[in-house]
Design a protein around this ligand. Sequence first.
Ligand SMILES: Cc1ncc(COP(=O)(O)O)c(C=O)c1O
Length: 417
Amino acid sequence: MSQVATDASSFDFAPLLAAGLPAPAPRWNGFPKYNFIGGHNDADQVPVDELIAAATAVLRRKGKTLATYGLDSGPLGYRALREFLAGKLKRDAGISCTADEILLTSGSLQGIELVNGILLNRGDTVLVEEVTYFGTLNRLARLGVNAVGIPLDNDGLRMDALATILADLKARGIRPKYLYTIPTVQNPTGSIMPLARRLELLRLAEAYDVPVFEDDCYADLIWDGQRPPAIYALAKHRNVIHIGSFSKSIAPALRVGFVVADWSVLARMLPLKTDAGSGALEQMVLAEYCVPHFAGHLPELTRALRAKLETLMEALAEQFGTAAEFDAPKGGIFLWVKLPDAVDTQKLAQAALKSGVAINPGFEWAPDKAYGRPRLRLCFGNPSHDEIRQGVAMLAEVCHREFGVPSRIANVAAAGR
Ligand SMILES: Cc1ncc(COP(=O)(O)O)c(C=O)c1O
């Protein structure tokens, strides 16, 4: 039972709470010293000066339009930002869409909520990658939707497994409501699905009449800048909904994401968007900033993130040796790590937090909890290089203390330390 009342004299909301609420949120006590969780970005890469200049310029020019809901752009969001996105998506991802096929949202999380809102009922089935974004999985669980995990390899979703599962579900009379995929820098594995596989995925999706829900929120953060065409761009039958975000390329606290879909789909989403429009100031500042600066900002950001990834992989190799297995991601801000089977990363996460190290245990990312148990996700976006080194050393200490793994730390027999 959740405890809302804090003392005897305060009103007790607990008996009045709606049924089926998620567990109460813990109070925030500041960030841990070594913060490897969530999707935070590199503070030094936020283009503060340019954002200040953009805010000043756009407020001078367009500030009075804040007087009306939706500015002078209507419910889809600030038109100049949608126009920037239409051009960027064409250049970077091969997507041909107009500004009227883009809905600006409060982060891409709201995009996920809107897709779920128009498509899902309790008891439905959806297909997801065998490890995937926690924010998607927990929303599906809350909605009472059955998430079926499809195995992955280094190129993302395995098409043989997808074909088998689609055929099996069809034989049982089940038509999944959608196939959710993060094809471009998968969260948490960091893989990029090659073009041929995207085409095969579409062939299967069409054969089984299952729409594709493409989450491309990390697609700007690719080390070699080689972004394949979006699945949305390759689809011939408008059976794909695409979402993206400025959280990973500029700043997550701005809360600006977007949905790209046919107007017939957006028209069903708008009535569910209960905030009467996402924060307009952020959209205005982003549009003003992005037109001249976005393309130049990305290489600097990815260079900084990649350097942090190198530091993290070196620190893990030094502290854990062969006990930590991982494939280098092709971009993004996460490293997905497998520890020996004896390690339960949920317990490790709790013990590590007491020593100031926050990690995401793998079970949060895997519909198959046993698969996630020895795995963990480390976000390298926010900690400094020194914090990465110190945090990984601390994690190795805690892991050795709790599980006897790794047996040698920094190539020194751990028992003798
Ligand atoms: C795959 C994926 N989709 C969506 C989101 C939501 O991001 P935002 O709402 O900040 O755009 C995240 C955040 O980490 C994510 O990893």
